[in-house]
Design a binder for this molecule. Structure first.
Ligand SMILES: [Zn+2]
Length: 113
């Protein structure tokens, strides 16, 4: 009886499981981007990925470049969030409310029947 358990114990973890974690450490490198506001953004790219010349600063929305001394100029015509973006946001919210109302109405109708 004790011998059976011992044999079973040796089998646990004896399989070729050690290779499963290999995919975790994909090679990456970090690229720094700077906007005119002086914000630094570090973006991790896979080594075989194409690194874009510009990156939108996540803090102010301005374009950021890889040259800290010469960040790309801020485009005057494009504010941080465009009016259209606000409209889109509001509309999608309204659509969501309408859908929710519709679903609730159906639920109530079903429950009432
Ligand atoms: Zn910025």
């Amino acid at each position: 009886m004790a011998g059976g358990n011992a044999i079973r114990g040796t089998r646990v973890g004896a399989g070729p499981m050690g290779e499963a974690e290999r995919g975790e450490a994909a090679p990456r490198h970090r690229v720094g981007y700077w906007c005119t506001q002086g914000h630094e953004t570090l973006v991790a790219f896979a080594f075989d990925a194409e690194v874009p010349e510009l990156w939108d600063c996540p803090r102010c929305g301005l374009p950021a470049g890889q040259d800290q001394a010469a960040p790309p100029p801020a485009p005057r015509t494009e504010p941080y969030k465009t009016h259209l973006a606000y409209v889109r946001e509001r509309r999608s919210d309204a659509d969501g409310d309408a859908l929710l109302e519709e679903a609730l109405a159906k639920l109530r109708a079903r429950r009432g029947a």
